[in-house]
Design a protein around this ligand. Structure first.
Ligand SMILES: NC(=O)c1ccc[n+]([C@@H]2O[C@H](COP(=O)([O-])OP(=O)(O)OC[C@H]3O[C@@H](n4cnc5c(N)ncnc54)[C@H](O)[C@@H]3O)[C@@H](O)[C@H]2O)c1
Length: 323
């Protein structure tokens, strides 16, 4: 018998999570309080699975994967025997507090209660529960069946074993968990997105670039690299000598740009050394030149894919015309 996952609310994210878990072989039950919405869930699941099939991204047929997904208007029935409940209800603190209270009563005692909340830490709506130690935020990117990162954000009251167990379940589901060690606003990826978007607004406001040129500057350059490596590895591979050399050469310029925006967060020698050590530990035995060759190989593959799938515009090819 495959492990069961319950999805509490079947909107955009709920449906997308159902696809993630069912694709990986889990049995899924989706609950939603709105019967009209519930009626739309399975047709939506099938349409999205068909999209994935069109792009040869599934190992099984739409019918086989969809057969693992059920819907229910009864929350108690939906969470029965679940190992994990993925809460995907609207982003409203009172609503989530009430729902977590019900989930804590109805779900099996050892089930993980994970919230998809984009912005609210679990402390804001589960601290009062007797079962608070099994609660955490597991924040996906949208849609999670195409963008695998999921941010695990435990509260101080979350049991570390629960975090580890949740990590294992998401890995089994084909997701890529990131641990957010403190409940900061925006977690990790929205803080990173926010840093870029804040600067993008300033560049347009100050007449330095048009919207099109700011977007193009990301899309045709750093964005392509960021599709397979993060800002630390990018910086490290851009400078012979790696991240420490990068910080030494370019740190002062970046500090001036930060100061222009009222930011004063110096890259101290200790901080740079810590980052350099962590980067080194990620790819032990690989030289800087090996990693540069790997980066270029990734860029070659992307260039080939773009050449094969786009003409002069950025419109994706391959999608059936009728939608
Ligand atoms: N959409 C995104 O890009 C995105 C990305 C990451 C995380 N999230 C988070 O996921 C959660 C769900 O977002 P969404 O985009 O799927 O929203 P949505 O509006 O598409 O879906 C919400 C669902 O909740 C149901 N609902 C309404 N009232 C409810 C109640 N009182 N109790 C339980 N369910 C109720 C609705 O019927 C609907 O099906 C939010 O916390 C959101 O912040 C969204």
């Amino acid at each position: 018998v495959s492990d069961r996952i319950a999805i509490a609310a079947g909107g955009s994210i709920g449906v997308a999570f159902a696809i993630v878990f069912a694709r990986a072989g889990f049995t899924v039950c989706i609950w939603d309080p709105d019967q009209e919405r519930l009626n739309l869930v399975l047709p939506e699941v099938k349409a999205r699975l068909d999209d994935l099939t069109t792009f040869a991204l599934l190992d099984e047929s739409t019918a086989t994967i969809a057969s693992r997904i059920k819907v229910s208007s009864d929350l108690a029935q939906a969470v029965k025997d679940a190992i994990l409940v993925q809460e995907c209800a609207p982003e409203n603190v009172d609503l989530k507090r009430d729902l977590f209270g019900r989930l804590n009563e109805l779900a099996p005692g050892d089930a993980i209660l994970a919230s998809s909340s984009s912005a609210m830490p679990v402390s804001r709506f589960a601290a009062h529960l007797a079962g608070s130690s099994r609660c955490l935020v597991a924040h996906p990117c949208n849609p999670p069946y195409l963008l695998p990162v999921i941010e695990l954000v435990p509260a101080p009251f979350t049991d570390p074993d629960v975090v580890e167990h949740a990590h294992d379940v998401y890995v089994r589901a084909g997701l890529s968990p990131v641990l957010v060690r403190k409940e900061v606003e925006g977690f990790i990826f929205n803080r990173l997105q926010g840093a870029i978007l804040r600067e993008a607004y300033c560049l347009v406001r100050d007449g330095i670039g048009s919207v099109e040129d700011v977007d193009r500057a990301v899309r045709e350059g750093p964005g392509r690299r960021w599709s397979f490596m993060g800002p630390f590895e990018t910086a490290s591979l851009n400078t012979r000598g790696g991240i420490a050399a990068h910080a030494q050469k370019l740190g002062p310029a970046y500090a001036r740009m930060g100061a222009e925006r009222g930011q004063n967060d110096p890259w101290t020698p200790d901080l740079v050394a810590d980052v350099a050590r962590q980067l080194q530990d990620l790819n032990p035995g690989e030289s800087w030149a090996d990693r540069v060759a790997w980066r270029d190989d990734q860029l070659l593959q992307l260039a080939r894919m773009k050449r094969n799938t786009t003409s002069t515009s950025d419109e994706p090819a391959g999608r059936p015309a009728a939608r």
